[in-house]
Write a protein that binds this ligand. Structure first.
Ligand code: AMP
Length: 662
């Protein structure tokens, strides 16, 4: 059945043909297969492992080098207290509904989406409208959706309500979803059983450090907390200057309730996260913003979504920030830089959009949040989250540990303030309060100016005051005027202290790689069996295919010499000396996305020239080895396109042999 998701060449996307290519060419497979595969765990073969390495090197160039970020490598095993403090222990959870009869766990939002989509599909069938194939987990096809037995027409109002619910589902809390399940009689699509109300289930993998069991820990579900807790090291390395950013590439672990859609929802995945620290009083401006101001992007706002819409607006990031659609320049700067990165690695720009988070989708502390979503045969997928996390993380860790995770700036112009000071007389307070003396002073320090003023009046009038002190017996202490002095004093302020705000772009590498592979895939006109992966030469896992025309010993030294020259230039290659036709060999390797093919033929033996073939157009040029290799090198560095090569080197009109003719 047809979907509206098309290949690069505008053809129907055949997921099973694509998956068969992934398998045939060893891109990826489920881990530990011989023992029975585990859901949500995947191994990458050479093509995908190499594609990932290319991706990471471009990512480092685009962000770490270009933006002069500090790259970090933080520990993955993380003590309990870190995630208790960050809020992950209490809140890093998804809602699930249990089928009480089978014990099966269903993710609440997926369950609602699946059931409502099935009902809408059935309604379309009943109305005789064109039905698109469900774009979700292929394994679901095996499980019969009970509700769709025989097409059922919905009332117009109900249909509208379902469509609206699907467009706004991201905004629903667990409680809201519980109400939806009840109201719309949403049952398990597998068994038709009623399900229990949604409960929240934490997604972290728990472990322990050491053998005693006394030090509980987690495998981190994101790299961010390690970066935050390194803040003082980073600030010092940056000579105390603000703003700046740290970046980290590393594995994260999430015990997903229902891993599905291949590489898109897995339990262990590589992330690349940037934490950009900024002074909240700077208005979150960014010095690089003027360079990206005119960059146009498809932005899907919260307001459009709330009205049930899903069509993004193309506007410049400058307009988006000026109109406050995007909260601030720094967030806008990163949104534009993410889009540029996606373009650089070869993501199809027509399959990319930025979607603003709905109010309930955002963490309570976040100022604004946009996801870079890529369209795949599974629908739109969040691939990069770009959030303004305000000062939340640094503040909570600072409060919990007492370690300063803030910035102290010397003021250019110190100034004087008149302030109420409440000070214990240490000599007299020590014998009275003993070890609690410091707690009493801390309680005095935390009092507001107004309160201190009130206390000074009471002290004068009554000769003593009562102050609340947590953690001491009775929770209160009485202080007389011999033990405490409360008076107005003049103080010179020479420094300013503040907790930076953090803008965080967070990349899920596996999701981007999978989307990129779908975007690169197409089949040759008139021959669906000839698939091509059109990776850009800069990211392609293997850059060159060397093909001697025939099995002829005279070609061997020439091929070896080309191999040596490619090695000298650090360009990756494969040599295909098998006996099959040239066309077949190229077709076989087009599936790996090798952008450049060099053929060694009889003319090469005579005059030292070679043909260079472009994977996408199958057009060729012919020139001396040096010129061919220069062209290849420039293409793999992204300095030349195939059009540049054609403009500089003579065309070769030899016809590529068709694999079918073999
Ligand atoms: P989050 O912290 O949930 O915003 O996730 C950050 C990024 O990690 C997302 O944009 C995804 O690209 C990626 N991601 C999150 N969960 C998964 C998962 N289960 N499998 C693969 N990638 C994921």
């Amino acid at each position: 059945m047809a979907t509206d998701y098309k290949t690069l060449a505008g053809q129907e996307f055949d997921r099973s043909a694509f998956e068969s290519l992934m398998k045939r060419k060893n891109f990826y497979w489920q881990s530990f297969e011989p023992h029975g595969p585990v859901k949500g765990l995947f191994d990458y073969g050479h093509p995908l492992a190499t594609l990932e390495a290319q991706f990471l090197s471009i990512w480092r160039d685009h962000f770490v080098r270009k933006e002069r970020m500090q790259e970090l490598k933080c520990a993955m095993i993380t003590p309990y207290n870190v995630f208790k403090t960050s809020g992950h222990v209490d809140k890093f959870a998804d809602f699930m509904c249990k089928d009480p009869k089978t014990g099966e766990i269903l993710r609440a939002d997926h369950l609602i989406k699946d059931v409502l989509e099935a009902r809408l599909k059935s309604d379309k069938e009943a109305r005789g409208e064109k039905v698109e194939e469900a774009v979700d987990d292929p394994t679901k096809k095996k499980k019969k959706v009970k509700a769709s037995k025989g097409a059922v027409k919905l009332d117009d109002e109900v249909r509208k309500e379902y469509e609206f619910l699907l467009a706004t589902l991201d905004d629903y809390t667990g409680e809201d979803m519980g109400a939806l399940v009840k109201k719309h009689d949403i049952r398990s699509p597998i068994t038709g059983n009623e399900v229990e109300p949604p409960v929240s289930v934490n997604l972290m993998f728990q472990t322990q450090i050491g053998a005693t069991g006394k030090e509980p820990a987690f495998l981190r579900p994101e790299t961010a907390q390690g970066q935050f807790l390194s803040f003082q090291h980073l600030l010092e390395y940056n000579d105390g200057k603000m703003p700046f950013a740290s970046a980290s590439i590393g594995y994260s672990f999430r015990n997903e309730l229902s891993p599905r859609s291949g590489l898109l929802r897995v339990r262990e995945f590589l992330m690349a996260e940037i934490e950009h620290y900024v002074d909240p009083e700077s208005g979150k401006q960014h010095s690089g913003f003027k360079k990206v101001r005119d960059y146009k992007l498809p932005l899907l706002s919260r307001t459009v979504q709330q009205e049930g819409g899903s069509t993004p607006t193309f506007i410049t990031i400058g307009e988006a920030v000026d109109s406050k659609l995007v909260d601030n320049e720094t967030l806008g700067y990163f949104i534009a830089r993410i889009a540029m990165f996606m373009e650089r690695i070869g993501v199809d720009p027509t399959k990319m959009r930025f979607r603003q988070h709905m109010q309930n989708e955002m963490a309570h502390y976040a100022a604004d949040c946009w996801d870079c979503e890529l369209q795949t045969s599974y629908g739109w997928v969040e691939c990069v989250g770009c959030a303004d996390r305000s000062a939340y993380d640094l503040s909570v860790h600072m409060k919990a540990t007492g370690v300063p995770l803030n910035v102290r700036e010397s003021l250019k112009e110190p100034y004087r303030v008149e302030e109420w000071q409440a000070q214990l007389d240490k000599k007299k307070a020590g014998p009275i309060f003993k070890k609690d003396a410091s707690k009493v002073q801390a309680a005095l320090d935390s009092l507001t100016q107004d309160f201190r003023e009130k206390l000074s009046l009471s002290l004068k009038k009554d000769g003593e005051v009562e102050v609340e002190v947590a953690d001491v017996e009775g929770g209160k202490v009485k202080l007389n005027k011999d033990v405490v002095s409360i008076q107005k004093e003049s103080r010179l302020i020479t420094t300013r202290e503040y907790i930076p705000n953090v803008i965080e772009p967070s990349f899920g590498i596996g999701r981007i790689l999978y989307s990129l592979m779908e975007h690169a895939y197409w089949t040759r006109e008139g021959d669906a069996a000839r698939s091509v992966m059109s990776f850009k030469p800069t990211v392609a896992p293997i850059k060159v295919l060397l093909v001697p025309l025939q099995k002829d010993a005279r070609f061997t030294p020439v091929v070896e010499s080309l191999e040596e020259q490619l090695d000298d230039r650090g360009i990756s290659y494969d040599t295909d000396s098998s006996g099959v036709s040239i066309g077949k060999r190229y077709a076989r390797n087009d599936e790996l996305g090798i952008p450049c093919g060099i053929t060694v033929d009889y003319q090469s033996l005579e005059d030292g020239t070679f043909t260079l073939r472009d994977r996408d157009t199958t057009k060729q040029v012919r020139a001396k080895a040096e010129d061919i290799l220069d062209a290849v090198e420039k293409m793999t560095l992204g300095r030349w396109t195939w059009a540049d090569v054609q403009a500089k080197l003579p065309a070769f009109e030899g016809k590529e042999e068709e694999p079918k003719a073999e």
